[in-house]
Design a binder for this molecule. Structure first.
Ligand code: GDP
Length: 430
């Protein structure tokens, strides 16, 4: 197990999510004193296996499963209080007393946000991103409209009622007049139910920015746990086929109140090929039998839905952007074992857009829709030596090391963690 060499470590996805962040987080979470989420909501999800015990989490940081670290839900996260209470009950059932703090400034997902989310997808048609319909986009929109309700408001009856009147009327108008759906829950029902949620969550609600500031000053180790991946970032991703939050590491400062000047180590988790849930063009996508065999080898099926994920070859245009925007100090390259047995491995190094080669992600949807992958094919490898993780990096096949060196050269960032299997020990640290 690696030591937390630096005080503040960050883990982010460099693709479309599902890169294997859970396994890499697992490496660091157990020895961190705080594990913190900084964006998104219960639309994330990973599986953590500890001592044969499987935990499926959507909102609470994965540090919770180790008992020792304090798990923090930062102000940049949006919180469905019912989902949070259910997840607290779930970890308690598994024998864990949650050491959990939720920012008093985190925005609350209300029933009208969930209702609006369903109606919005129909309205957006071909531009719909494939929402999880958990109210994430509408709650972030309400935050910016300054119609939002924050965790602290649930504890202040008068302010809660005042804000709810405004937020409810606004959303009801959009749902019923613009989106032609009905909102079948009364303001009084919401007020009563969410006041009870507030009461139940009261002991977890804190000023987490101050808590983390003091933790950092006293030398405690902090791990920031990103969800989704860079191409889903609402600013830097393939907008509008993105999530509704900033997945890039820069959002840590805003989403937790911890200054970016304090972050030492930023690890970008990159899967050795691509998978994508949801809509949008995908230049290096592969289809047919080759897609099926890659999907089967990599178990690329939705964890809750079982739906086949779209798959493709590694796209370095995307990873290059992650290195630049997130300021990655290193890459953790995962699922290399899934590529065993390919005689040749294409890597997308640029896009051909109407005859011009571009090496950076375009903002233009027209360009992205017309982007054809420019591949460099590298020789593959047959198999990995038995228990290669015990033998170390030098025991990897030469062609695999060349594959890694090529990636490092193209994106300008070292690969320091090499993952060759789902289990914690199936990992090589360089
Ligand atoms: P996240 O969404 O980025 O957190 O992705 P997950 O942590 O859910 O990872 C997706 C899946 O890949 C999980 O089932 C992991 O166990 C698995 N996984 C992670 N790393 C490796 C690896 O190196 N090889 C293989 N075969 N599976 C891996």
């Amino acid at each position: 197990m690696p030591s937390n060499q630096s005080n503040i470590t960050t883990i982010v996805g460099t693709q479309w999510g599902d890169e294997g962040k859970g396994k890499i987080t697992d490496f660091f979470a157990g020895q961190s004193e705080y594990v913190v989420r900084f964006h998104g909501g219960n639309n994330a999800g990973h599986t953590v296996i500890v001592d044969g015990n499987t935990f499926k989490l959507h909102l609470i940081p994965s540090g919770i499963v180790y008992g020792e670290p304090t798990s923090v839900i930062g102000n940049g996260v949006v919180v469905d209080p019912k989902a949070l209470l259910d997840e607290i009950a779930y970890v308690k059932e598994k024998g864990i007393t949650p050491k959990l703090m939720v920012s008093d400034r985190a925005h609350v997902i209300m029933p009208y946000h969930i209702a609006m989310d369903g109606a919005l997808s129909g309205h957006q048609g071909d531009l719909a991103a494939g929402s999880t319909r958990r109210g994430i986009a509408p709650v972030y929109a309400d935050k910016m409209f300054r119609n939002g309700i924050r965790m602290v408001d649930l504890l202040e009856p008068d302010v809660f009622r005042e804000k709810l009147e405004k937020g409810y009327a606004f959303s009801k108008g959009i749902i019923e007049k613009t989106l032609n759906q009905s909102l079948n829950i009364s303001i009084d029902d919401i007020y009563d139910t969410y006041s009870i949620y507030g009461e139940k969550l009261k002991s977890y609600i804190h000023d987490t920015s101050v808590e983390l500031y003091n933790a950092h000053k006293s030398g405690k180790s902090i791990l920031f746990e990103g969800a989704q991946g860079i191409s889903l970032d609402v600013d830097h991703g393939i907008y509008p086929y993105t999530t509704s939050s900033n997945t890039a590491s820069g959002h840590i400062s805003i989403g937790t109140g911890v200054s970016f000047r304090n972050i030492d180590r930023i690890i970008g988790v990159t899967k050795a090929y691509l998978s994508r849930v949801g809509e949008s063009p995908l230049p290096s996508e592969i289809h047919g039998n080759s897609a099926k065999s890659l999907r089967d080898k990599g178990s690329e099926y939705g964890t809750t839905t079982g739906r086949p994920r779209r798959v493709g070859w590694l796209d370095l245009v995307q990873v290059r952007q992650a290195v630049r925007v997130c300021g990655l100090t290193e890459i953790a390259l995962t699922k290399l074992d899934v590529l065993n047995g390919f005689s040749e491995l294409p890597i997308c190094i640029a896009y051909d857009v109407n005859g011009s080669h571009i090496t950076e992600m375009p903002a233009s949807l027209t360009q992205y829709r017309n982007a054809k992958p420019v591949y460099k094919s590298l020789p593959g490898w047959a198999d990995l030596p038995e228990k290669v993780w015990e033998k170390g990096y030098s025991a990897l096949p030469e062609t695999l090391k060349d594959y890694i060196a090529f990636i490092e050269h193209e994106v300008g960032c070292p690969v320091k963690i090499v993952s060759v299997g789902p289990q914690r020990h199936e990992t090589i640290i360089r």
